[in-house]
Each structure stands twice: as C-alpha cells, then as structure tokens.
Design a protein around this ligand. Sequence first.
Ligand SMILES: O=CCCCC(=O)O
Length: 486
Amino acid sequence: MTATEASTKLGVPDQLFIGGSWRPAATGAQLDVHDPATGDVLASIADAGVVDGVAALDAAVAAAEDWAATPPRVRGELLRAAFDLLQERREHFAAVMTAEMGKPHREALGEIAYGGEFLRWFGEEAPRVSGRFGDNPSGTGRIVVSRRPVGPCYLVTPWNFPLAMATRKIAPALAAGCPVVLKPAELTPLTSLLFAQLLSDVGVPAGVVNVVTTAAPAAVSERIIADPRLRKLSFTGSTPVGRRLMAQASTNVLRTSMELGGNAPFLVFDDADLDAAVDGAVSAKFRNTGQACTAANRFLVHRSVAEEFTARMAERVAALVVGAGTDPDVTIGPLIDDRAVAGVDELVSDAVDRGATVRTGGARLDRAGSFYAPTVLADVPPGSRLLREEVFGPVLAVVPFDTEDEAVALANDTEYGLVSYVFTRDLARGDRMIDRLDTGMMGLNTGLVSDAAAPFGGVKQSGVGREGGAEGLDEYLSTKYTLIAR
Ligand SMILES: O=CCCCC(=O)O
C-alpha cells in the first residue's frame, strides 16, 4: 500500500487548511507520518514552508475583524456544535490518535473526553466575558474597562496529546474572538487536520482556524512570529524550545502563553492511604506511557513505607500490558519514536550505574516498534540524571525521605514547577504543602489534576500563563480602559 492510500484509509485530509479550504504546500513537498508501534509510514501529507505559513497568517488576519464582531453567543454555539460532533466522531478520532501517536485506544477515548471538554467549557464562557465601570476619584469622568480579543494567534502544539492540546488553545481563542494559525507537531499532525475538518463542518467561518503541518517547524514559526500582524503566541512543549520562542516573541512584544517541561514530585507520607497512593501513582506516572509534562518523575516516599510502596508498585507495574494501542487489552503503548526509547534507556542506565535497584523492567523491549518496559527503580541516589531531567517514559523512580522538611526540599530542588502530587491523610499537612511546594498545580490524594475548568500551568521554568478555566480565556483577551469625560 502506498502512503497516500494509507492516508485515505485513515480518512484524514492530507493537505493544509488555509482560509477555509484545503490546499497542497506551495512547493508540493510532502511529510511522512509514522506509526510508532511498527515504524511503518501511515500517511503522507502536505509539508508547509514559510510561504504557506504566511498564507495561513494572511487568512487569519483577514478573518479577524468579522470574527471579533461575531456575537459571543454565536461563537459559543459553534464551539458547542464542535463538542457535539466530536462525540459523534470519537471512534474515528481515537483510531487516528492511536495510529499516529501510539496511545492505547481507551486512552485515546479518554483524551477525546478531556479535549472535548475545552470546547464545551469555553463555548459556555464565550458569552460571559465582562468588564467593569465606575466613577474616577476626581469625579470628572467614568472609567470603563472592557475586554477585547488580542488578535491573530499562533498556536504550537506537541505530539503527546494531539487533540487536547489543540482544543485547549483553539477553544479559548475562538471564544474570545481571535482567529488562529495552528501548527501541530510534525510527528502527530493527522488529528489536527481531522479537527480542522470538524470545525469547518460545524460552520466555523473561513480563515478563523488555519492549520499548517510542516517538517520545518523552526523556520515556519520564526517567520510567523516575526510578522507584526501576529498578536499572540501559545506554545506547549519543551523548556528549551519555549525559551527560544519567547525570545523571538519579544521582538514584537507578543502576548505569550508557555506550557513547558515538568519534573513532578510525588510525595507519599507515612500516614498516606497506600492503596490510594498506588492507584494515584499509576495514573500520575503511566498515563500516556509516561509521556506527559504532568507525569510524576520523582517518587519521594517516607522511609517507613518506602519498601511496601515500592513492592506494591512493582507488582502493579509488572502487570501492565504493553503493546500496540489498537489491541484492546493494552494499557501501555509504544514511545513516540526510537530516539525517545534511547533517551529513557540512558536515564535508567545512569541511575542503575549510580546504585539504583531495578525492581521491574529496566530495558528496551526486544520487539519491533518503540517499546520500553514499564520500570520501577528503588533507592535512586541523589545526583542521578533521572531526578533532574524529565524522563518522558514509563519509569518510576523511588527516593526515600525521613522528614517533611527533607521531602519539601527534595521536591523543590528542580528548575521546574509544573505540578506536584501529595498523599497524606493529615489535612493540615496537605494544606501546608499547598504553600510549601513550588508548583503551579497540586494534586492532593489524586494522581490526575487536568480539568478544562481549572487553570493548568506552571511556575519557574515550567512556563507562564494558564490554560483552562476562566484564566484560560483571559490569555486571549486584552484589557481596554476608556475614560468618558463628564
Ligand atoms: O505534556 C503536557 C500535556 C498536558 C497533559 C494534560 O493536560 O494533562
């Protein structure tokens, strides 16, 4: 089968979506998309260059005024229609996500439920944008504060959640009245093309959403970000790339939202409910095969329960079923590619060389595709790279601690500050952790915090800005103050 036939079989458009219509790349170039479970080519789609990126921005700029003037209720109802149609098409979306990203089918359905909620939530928020007014203190005029859409936005999304990261940006932008250019990751562009089709089918006007898929993201992004007509950049991805994009965005003083790397601590105190902690650890670590910025990276466990926790985790993790995401029994899919497998293996070898003990897993799986065995490591020594760097794979590293102060110091000993997880039955201690842990989000007795109604985001080098909740809409609005003279 040729790649193009495969693309047709997946039922995904294979061209760029610009100004409401599908078109090939100006150069005719094609980009191959691979199945991480087999390494086979899944589809061959348009590979945009700088010229296409500019055309997409042209289309967004042309649509900006009308979209900003579209009544908020109408914008909200389009988002709600997109939510409904996504539910109807969820099996198709799940199949495409599993094919291009590798996540197990049930996780793909979970991502559709999660990602869809951004459409529903921001559809409901669109008519609720409000301002304020009042007399100025000298009594010479009335202060009117209103909120306006920031203008054309450039949205750059990662490969690990191909739908949810797109809806988390597109939905608030559209609710606020901003047109967008979406650039999905080159490893997983198909879901975004399918989503562009869905938005077009529900009647989102031409030019409001444009999608450019490209194997040259740096060049395309640099050109779009340098364009003075762009007003906002939103990026989810690694901290090094985020830093570079922020520097580029500074030239035109763009509004930026950055969801960057994480190195989440997962604290288990001696009074924790260990059943809940083990369940929480499975979701905080093994969701998406550990490929999430929110994935727990360092399991800090009180010494008195460290052995029991580790033994129970090793048993649970050894029972996870690894394989192609299309197999309904599979709970752990492949990593995104072989480079990712090599990176995980390096970090595990480094920890083991320094004295960590492998309790289960610990090696690449000897089979075709990019698979790494779900792993539990005990007694990971300080100085191990695993404790400093984001693993982005199915590796759970346990570090024992003796006191609350030591646990907090270890948890905060990182340049990142996205999320932390705390398991304790002591409410006062849980409350103290809210103040003491330097992260933008915290799960107290839960291993999953993501929610369309909540502000997702980090502190320190995990980023700036929030996505989701009322705060997520603010990111796409600017504040306008008018003084009405008396
Ligand atoms: O890598 C970051 C993706 C965020 C996943 C989530 O929203 O839970």
